[in-house]
Design a protein around this ligand. Structure first.
Ligand code: ADP
Ligand code: MG
Ligand code: ZN
Length: 481
């Protein structure tokens, strides 16, 4: 029987606030253990939490960017469990009254757009970190992360494949980066994801028993783990067994999921409203204030790139996947407004390849790129006006990337200006034809493919600087004489 997979993701996004959610401690990463703590986030008796307004601003930004309905009143809840890195014995979260519900994320996939619905978004505090492998025979606890604000973003089970889960997560990450609430770094844990997976007979509308996979700390892990889990569940069902509801851990080294805890040991968190915090009231004025300050979002920007610059949907999708890349593209176009598609090609080829090679995968600032967008625009302008050929431009670009110098300076210093002078080109052509009398005869006898050979020879003789269109035209003339 053919099966379809049903996937819902729970995403935790660490918010880019300066201070923690209920105290004034710094959220900065990389401090020595337990440096960023105080009686509030250490959970000492007798202290009271005070809500960081910025966290609510960020939650509202995310809620509006994902088309959620904002609750006028939401409530903080205690999620109770014991763990050494949770000193209070409970995590402050939201439960039956979250701040936002019923939204969606537009997932772009090769020009096709699909909406993945969101069940809810709520705020909560992060727990600390247990370190089990630093000291023999001991586990250490670092509470710097305790109380760092998180958004939990829960999707409906709308996702139908591992690849689609990847697309959804990338779209969501791009959105969070656009609105500048999260840096989106999965490897460092500022964006975390649990995947809920089940399978069902194709065409069925029923939700079957699911498993939840944890420990997914890269896009690759998310996709691989879901793929693997779908396969595993299919095999279970094929052999006549039933899928057991449980939490499984992804083992990235062995590329398998392993059971962690089953339903019998499922947590009962004994949620109840936190008596230390008032219900959160968000009025319409607050919502509108946040809405007015939202930047242009990826979907709108994608549409604008297609409409204003005449780009193919694919280009618009690639360029807007990251805000910094989209900004870079637009700054380049400003320096070369006549050829947006050529600029797009260059940004997708050269700039993005460079980003990949240098692993500049996250939160990159355009200002720190060695080749400025203005310089790239100028370079493309120089191709357009015939000053240099595309081939030479590649050489110039490499130099720009390494030195940060403007293209004209490099072209002058290295004498790379394109040769478009007819006499010079004629001379080079004559030389090449004289040196290859047999090939000239073959060409004239009908072997027209040899034109490419002649062009290549002329380009070589001019160190790649000859204007290729002119060489083509002049060669054809000369050979037909
Ligand atoms: P819990 O709080 O136990 O994790 P939720 O109802 O909040 O349960 O669901 C968590 C996630 O699981 C959501 O993203 C939801 O879309 C997804 N989900 C629920 N049922 C299924 C199912 N049968 N198959 C796949 N995913 C599911
Ligand atoms: Mg869950
Ligand atoms: Zn603190």
């Amino acid at each position: 029987m053919p099966y379809e997979s049903v996937i819902g993701l729970e995403v935790h996004a660490q918010l880019l606030t300066e201070s923690k959610i209920f105290c004034g401690c710094s959220t900065r990463f990389g401090a020595s253990p337990n440096q960023h703590t105080c009686p509030v986030c250490l959970g000492l008796p007798g202290v009271l939490p005070v809500l960081n307004k910025k966290v609510v601003d960020f939650a509202l930004r995310a809620a509006l960017a994902t088309h959620c309905t904002v609750a006028p009143t939401s409530r903080w809840a205690r999620k109770n469990y014991f763990y050494p890195d949770l000193p209070k014995g409970y995590q402050i979260s939201m439960y039956e009254l979250p701040i936002a519900e019923h939204g969606y994320v537009e997932v772009a996939d090769q020009g096709q757009a699909k909406k993945v619905r969101l069940t809810r978004i709520h705020m909560e505090e992060d727990a600390g970190k247990s370190i089990h492998d630093a000291e023999a025979g001991a586990s250490l606890v670092d509470l710097n992360r305790t109380g760092v604000p998180l958004l939990e973003i829960v999707s409906e089970p709308d996702i139908r494949s591992a690849a689609e889960a990847g697309h959804y997560l990338r779209s969501l990450r791009a959105l969070l980066q656009y609105i500048e609430v999260c840096d989106g770094n999965m490897e460092e844990g500022s964006l975390r994801c649990d995947a809920n997976v089940s399978i069902r007979p194709q065409g069925s509308a029923e939700l079957c028993t699911r498993t939840e996979i944890k420990n997914l700390n890269s896009f690759r892990a998310v996709e691989k783990a879901i793929e693997h889990e779908i396969q595993r569940q299919s095999e279970v069902v094929e052999t006549g067994d039933r899928v057991v509801q449980e939490t499984r851990l992804w083992d990235a080294d062995r590329e398998v999921t392993r059971p962690m805890r089953s339903k019998e040991f499922a947590h009962d968190y004994r949620y109840f409203p936190d008596p230390d915090l008032l219900p959160l009231v968000v009025d319409q004025a607050w919502v509108e204030h946040v809405r007015a300050e939202l930047p242009e979002l990826p979907a709108a920007r994608r549409a604008r790139f297609i409409h204003d610059y005449g780009l193919p949907a694919y280009d618009a999708e690639v360029l807007t996947a990251r805000k910094d890349v989209a900004d870079y593209f637009e700054a380049s176009v400003r320096a070369c407004p006549a050829a947006p598609k050529v600029v797009s090609n260059w940004v997708m080829d050269s700039v993005l390849r460079f980003v990949k090679e240098e692993k500049l995968d996250t939160a990159l600032k355009i200002e720190t790129w060695p080749c400025s967008p203005e310089h790239l625009g100028m370079l493309i302008g120089l191709i357009q006006d015939g000053t240099i050929s595309t081939t030479i431009a590649k050489t110039v670009y490499e130099e720009m990337r390494q030195t940060g110098h403007p293209p004209e300076e490099i072209i002058e210093a290295k004498g790379l200006r394109q040769v478009s002078d007819t006499d010079t080109l004629q001379a080079a052509i004559t030389e090449v034809l004289t040196a290859n009398p047999d090939k000239v005869e073959a060409y004239r006898g009908g072997k027209e493919k040899l034109l490419g050979f002649f062009v290549g020879q002329v380009m070589r003789a001019t160190q790649g600087k000859a204007n290729p269109q002119m060489v083509n035209t002049l060669l054809r003339q000369k050979l037909s004489q």
